[in-house]
Design a protein around this ligand. Structure first.
Ligand code: FEO
Ligand code: CA
Ligand code: CA
Ligand code: CA
Length: 620
């Protein structure tokens, strides 16, 4: 049975008020300071030049920190040994007091409109596309500091530093590896893929590797638009906005031999930051969809569960359960074994059942008659120990066309499930449903359900899920809504697990989740400016006792930015966030943000920021 959260006080801070959308600043609580650890363009590989935005090249970018950092962790050097992550081994570490660590970050996408001067010159446009390709992917960077509680500095020269870009070779394992569906003229084996795309959130495993979700991969490809799954995955026969198909034929799947290239993206990838020469792996056993992330929980039996949301309106929540069991030893062979756990297992999709009449839960602020948005659920199998359970689908087809397979089994349509993460203290699982403005928009579009109780769900909600017997391998669960987000002063339907509505911070569009050591949930947001009208932010949410449902705002990010990758080190009063796409609605000549350096160069029309950055916040 799950242990109860410690009644720890948690991080001490004064709640900050919501920040207007015109503010181009990091806002942190009184008594806290902030600084970037690393910014877009900072050199991390040998030979990489200093960032020069007026003369950026693809070659320089390939050795520099990438753009739009999303997932983040600061991983103790000790994580290369043994298994960590609280009583439930979720990978959320008791944080480090080390003076050396590895910073791992995703680079989801690029904002060309604010990265480059506009150009009509074909050679310049081509180079800008290649810079964008090199600015995607992932980074591993060594960081050091003088002592616990002190800010980190990134190490420009470390043998651990690494860039993963669109041209880095990945190996492929699981049911689709080597299948006809993954073969191309450039890779007849169907087992080696160049690059990873649109890496959104992720998760650090209990064995110290990083999982990363390939999310909106469809935007990089032109296809016939009529192939199997094309419509369901948003793949169309139109030129892409990024134009990469002009640079590399594999991004145009209408080219003979490249029909399957889009099948090679949309996976969960695993990167071992402690093995700088090991190719990262695409795990097809976890299915192909718009993976926000993947997060691990270890079951009492030693099997591991990986939860993952498919971030699309009306798409699904998934769980993978490994066929093999974890080894907790500290030998290198134990760690090597654990890195195979996501290669073979069972893939499930969630079916939620409410226990109240649907007609009464229409987002008007009235609670269901039993007083709670809640009910039961089951995990419907798509693959069991690598074998298909879906009529008409081979195992490789379930893996590649996971959305189509899930459609056939009556999975529950959710409001854009993003990060899914289990509490390291209680094992309960939390699902951020960021929003779904299409729910119930017309008679032909599904309307409110108990687990998604709002029509035109603008502000999102958070689901709490409890596996039967607190066993992550269970095939049934119970659930309730922790939060129905919004600004309670303006929105009668906002709900905070019954906590008094006038005592919480307004919150909308929950995206990334994290836990502190006391078991409090932390939520970062993406979309508050366009919904409740405040800059995106980071919040703590109490889960236990009389304060359950208390939402408290800790920080806000600058204009147009989204808050990503929160990492909470409660013992050290350190918080880390990725500031993604600051000033993204600007242009090269009229930047809206100058984060994080705020230099005014007095060079009208030239670059003075912004630079997406990893930010540390500490008491000082
Ligand atoms: Fe890239 Fe679902 O956010
Ligand atoms: Ca109910
Ligand atoms: Ca996200
Ligand atoms: Ca997002």
């Amino acid at each position: 049975a799950g242990s109860r959260a410690a009644a720890g006080q948690g991080l001490a801070f004064g709640v900050i008020p919501p920040v207007p959308t015109t503010v181009d600043a990091m806002t942190v609580p009184a008594g806290y300071r902030w600084a970037p650890i690393i910014r877009w363009g900072d050199p991390i590989l040998r030979g990489a030049p200093e960032f020069d935005p007026d003369n950026q090249t693809a070659q320089a970018q390939a050795g520099q920190f990438g753009y739009n950092n999303d997932y983040l962790d600061i991983i103790s050097m000790n994580r290369s040994r043994g298994v960590t992550g609280g009583p439930h081994h979720t990978g959320t570490a008791p944080r480090t007091r080390d003076t050396k660590a590895l910073l791992v970050s995703n680079h989801e996408y690029t904002n060309e409109n604010i990265m480059f001067p506009p150009s009509a010159d074909p050679a310049t446009i081509s180079e800008q596309r290649r810079i964008a390709m090199a600015a995607h992917g992932m980074s591993v960077v060594e960081v050091r500091r003088r002592g616990a509680g002190q800010p980190w500095e990134y190490q420009r020269r470390s043998a651990h530093n690494r860039r993963i870009t669109v041209s880095t070779p990945f190996t492929v394992d699981g049911p689709a590896a080597g299948s006809a569906l993954l073969r191309t003229v450039a890779d007849p084996s169907g087992t080696v893929v160049l690059g990873t795309l649109n890496n959104c959130a992720g998760g650090t495993t209990p064995w110290g590797t990083v999982l990363s979700g390939e999310e909106n991969f469809n935007q990089y490809f032109r296809t016939t638009g009529t192939g199997r799954g094309d419509a369901r995955y948003g793949l169309t026969n139109r030129p892409t906005s990024r134009g990469w198909e002009q640079e590399d034929p594999r991004f145009d799947a209408t080219n003979p031999g490249y029909e399957n290239e889009p099948h090679r993206f949309g996976w969960v990838v695993e990167l071992d930051p402690f093995e700088p020469d090991a190719p990262p792996v695409k795990h097809t056993a976890l299915g192909r969809f718009k993976h926000e992330a993947a997060n691990i929980v270890v079951a009492p039996s030693g099997h591991v569960a990986a939860y993952s949301g498919d971030d699309e309106r009306f798409d699904y929540l998934y769980k993978f359960v490994s066929a093999d069991t974890i080894r907790t030893g500290t030998r290198q062979a134990d760690r090597a074994h654990n890195k195979t756990l996501l290669s073979n297992g069972s893939l499930y999709v969630a079916r939620f059942t409410g226990d109240s009449p649907v007609a009464e839960i229409d987002g008007t602020g009235k609670l269901p008659s039993d007083g709670a948005f809640d009910g039961t659920g089951e995990w419907v199998p798509l693959l069991v120990d690598g074998q298909s359970r879906v009529a008409g689908f081979s195992a490789a087809e379930v893996a590649v066309y996971t959305r189509l397979a899930a459609d056939t089994v009556g999975a529950t349509k959710m409001d854009r499930p993003e990060d899914v993460e289990a509490s390291p203290v209680t094992g309960r699982v939390y699902v951020a449903c960021t929003n779904n403005t299409n729910r119930g928009v017309s008679a032909t579009v599904e309307g409110a359900t108990e687990p998604n109780p709002r029509n035109r769900n603008r502000d999102g909600h958070v689901v709490e899920l409890r596996e039967t017997g607190d066993d992550p391998t269970a095939t049934t669960f119970t659930w309730s809504l922790l939060l129905v987000c919004g600004d309670p002063s303006k929105d009668a339907s906002a709900y905070f697990a019954g906590f008094p509505r006038d005592r919480v911070s307004p919150i909308a569009c929950p995206d990334n989740l994290a836990f502190d050591e006391s078991g409090n949930l932390w939520i970062s947001t993406d979309g508050q400016p366009g919904t409740i009208g405040y800059n995106d932010a980071l919040f703590r949410v109490r889960l236990e006792g009389a304060q359950r449902g208390l939402v408290e705002q800790f920080l806000a990010v600058p204009i147009d930015a989204e808050t990503c990758g929160p990492v909470i080190d409660e013992a050290e009063s350190m918080v880390y966030v990725n500031v993604q796409h600051p000033g993204e609605d600007g242009t090269w000549g009229a930047q809206r943000s100058h984060f994080p350096d705020y230099t005014d160069t007095n060079r009208p029309g030239q670059f003075a920021g912004p630079r997406p950055s990893v930010v540390q916040v500490w008491r000082g």
